[in-house]
Design a binder for this molecule. Structure first.
Ligand code: FAD
Length: 303
């Protein structure tokens, strides 16, 4: 039996804020749009937002996603809440997207908005205290730790610059790392700051009762803290993008490179949101999604 193939003008992979905003704008340009991916896997589903313009009260991320889906449906987009397993450039300049359900979606334009998966420490307490003192995003959650004591763990610039940012907010900042792999300028800034450094150390466990109270290091040392930021860099959902020949950032291959119109090096392929690099914020994801949606619609209409 042959597999079902369905034609679209635009296929959007990812149903987070970037993908939903792209769907809204592309749908309103009267293009046939499909949105793929599970809402519950969006980073936003775990967030409480208080730094998004024009929304003064803390908003629950999963409620925003439901609203965004309703809006995108109203603009004509079709949803498939399943993952994409494979993707390929067709000979006619179109793209084929292979789904979990074995459907194949054929499309003139593609928008990649698969977000990032945050690297985990995988230590005890990490999952239990997520949102109760454990965070993966200084820009998102730093403000909750005003005047408190905080730890940051990580070897790369995300950890060092995160610790510098937290110095402006928290009372005490501990930076725990095995080896600080950052440029000399950032290293000097850390060394000359009030950050309490723990070189050659790593976290073994995160402990507390209702929230984080202490971190235990591998040498058995215990540090009393109100929270910990796990800043191990971010790995983009880039395998699919690489299959299409999309150019990644040459420094660490973690993000997709786009131009100001959110276009990649492959004609007809656009990208938006966390997958295009930091800052990992809803405001940026939505802005890029808007541009990608409009540009992909214009491209699809020309073909
Ligand atoms: C705990 C937490 C707190 C946060 N707090 C804030 C905050 O206060 N303020 C703020 O601005 N930002 C915050 N953020 C960040 C914000 O949630 C992200 O920047 C935003 O969600 C990025 O949107 P996105 O659409 O690029 O990616 P995401 O929202 O991560 O969506 C990615 C989508 O891609 C889909 N996908 C991935 N792989 C596949 C595949 N193979 N096939 C199909 N679909 C796929 C997923 O299912 C998901 O739907 C927070 C994040 C976390 C985790």
């Amino acid at each position: 039996m042959s597999k079902e193939t369905i034609d679209y003008d635009i296929v959007i992979i990812g149903s987070g804020p970037a993908g939903l905003q792209a769907a809204l704008h592309a749908g309103r340009r009267k293009t046939k749009v499909a949105v793929l991916g599970k809402l519950k896997n969006s980073s936003l589903s775990r967030a409480h937002l208080e730094n998004y313009c024009c929304m003064d009260n803390q908003v629950l991320g999963h409620e925003m996603l439901e609203q965004g889906k309703k809006q995108a449906l109203r603009s004509g987009a079709v949803f498939y809440e399943e993952d994409v397993l494979d993707i390929k450039n067709d000979d006619d300049g179109h793209f084929s997207v292979f789904m979990e359900s074995e459907k194949i979606l054929k499309t003139k334009a593609l928008i990649l908005s698969m977000g990032i998966s945050r690297n985990r420490l995988n230590v005890s307490g990490e999952k239990d205290f997520l949102g109760k003192g454990v965070s993966y995003c200084v820009d998102c959650d730093g403000g909750f730790f005003k005047g408190r004591t905080i730890a940051v763990v990580g070897n790369e610039s995300a950890a060092a610059s995160g610790a510098m940012t937290l110095l402006l907010i928290a009372d005490k900042v501990h930076l725990i790392y095995q080896d600080l792999l950052v440029n000399d300028s950032l290293k000097n800034q850390v060394e000359q700051s009030d950050i309490i450094t723990h070189p050659g150390r790593w976290v073994k466990a995160i402990e507390g009762k209702d929230g984080v109270e202490r971190v235990i290091l591998e040498n058995g040392e215990s540090i009393d803290v109100d929270g910990i930021f796990i800043e191990l860099g971010a790995k983009g959902a880039l395998e699919l993008a690489s299959k299409l020949g999309v150019t990644l950032d040459p420094e660490n291959f973690k993000y997709i490179i786009t131009d100001k119109k959110q276009g990649t090096n492959i004609p007809g392929v656009y990208a938006a949101g966390d997958i295009c690099g930091p800052p990992w914020q809803v405001a940026k994801a939505v802005g890029e999604g808007c541009i990608a949606g409009l540009e992909a619609a214009a491209y699809a209409k020309k073909r």
